[in-house]
Design a protein around this ligand. Structure first.
Ligand code: AMP
Length: 185
């Protein structure tokens, strides 16, 4: 099973991604997590990405794709993967298509977690705070709408997108995801 998952910050994507990864025995590959690990370990990738990640901005495509490529071509992705946080730009969509062609593989579905902005602001407790980290999250939400959401729409045109309502209990959202994936398979 080869899946992508889209959703704004605060959509509960990480929780659902972990669940899907266990259920289908596929690695959860999050470019955000890989960047954070590189930043923590002060690798060359981490040092180059830190400034962008701290500001809530996208890391340049070339660096992001090189990093993802290394991960996607490891042995454990042979039976599939759940990609979280990539692709986020048209150049990344193209790069992913190229990588999948090289693996003679195709995506099965693209999950699109939808959560209204008001719910995200409430969930993350942003209303009661006012500091730089709030500005950064708001900026990430704005970048999501401007840059990433149109990418999800591209997959809708390809017939791969599955909309998931990211509001409700964790279990009810997980059930929605499984039901949609099983009806698609
Ligand atoms: P995330 O946890 O997915 O929101 O990612 C955290 C940060 O890592 C983002 O704010 C970006 O700075 C960077 N990042 C993660 N994935 C990508 C990507 N596909 N393209 C560019 N930057 C990314």
């Amino acid at each position: 099973m080869r899946l992508l998952i889209f959703g704004p910050p605060g959509a509960g994507k990480g929780t659902q991604a972990q669940f899907i990864s266990q259920r289908y025995s596929i690695p959860h590959i999050s470019t955000g997590d890989i960047f954070r690990e590189n930043i923590r370990n002060e690798t060359p990738t981490g040092i180059a990405a830190k400034h962008y990640a701290d500001a809530g901005e996208l890391v340049p495509d070339e660096l992001t794709t090189a990093m993802l490529r290394d991960r996607l071509f490891q042995d454990d992705t042979y039976n599939g993967f759940l990609l979280d946080g990539y692709p986020r730009t048209p150049a990344q969509v193209e790069a992913l298509e190229q990588m999948l062609d090289e693996q003679r593989a195709a995506l099965n579905a693209v999950l699109n977690m939808k959560v209204p902005d008001e719910v995200i602001v409430e969930r993350l407790g942003l209303r009661r705070r006012s500091d730089d980290s709030v500005d950064t999250v708001l900026k990430r939400i704005r970048i999501y709408h401007e840059t990433t959401a149109p990418i999800a729409e591209y997959y809708r045109e390809k017939g791969l997108l599955v909309d998931i309502t990211g509001v409700g209990s964790i279990d009810s959202i997980a059930t929605q995801i499984i039901t949609s994936l099983e009806s698609k398979a």
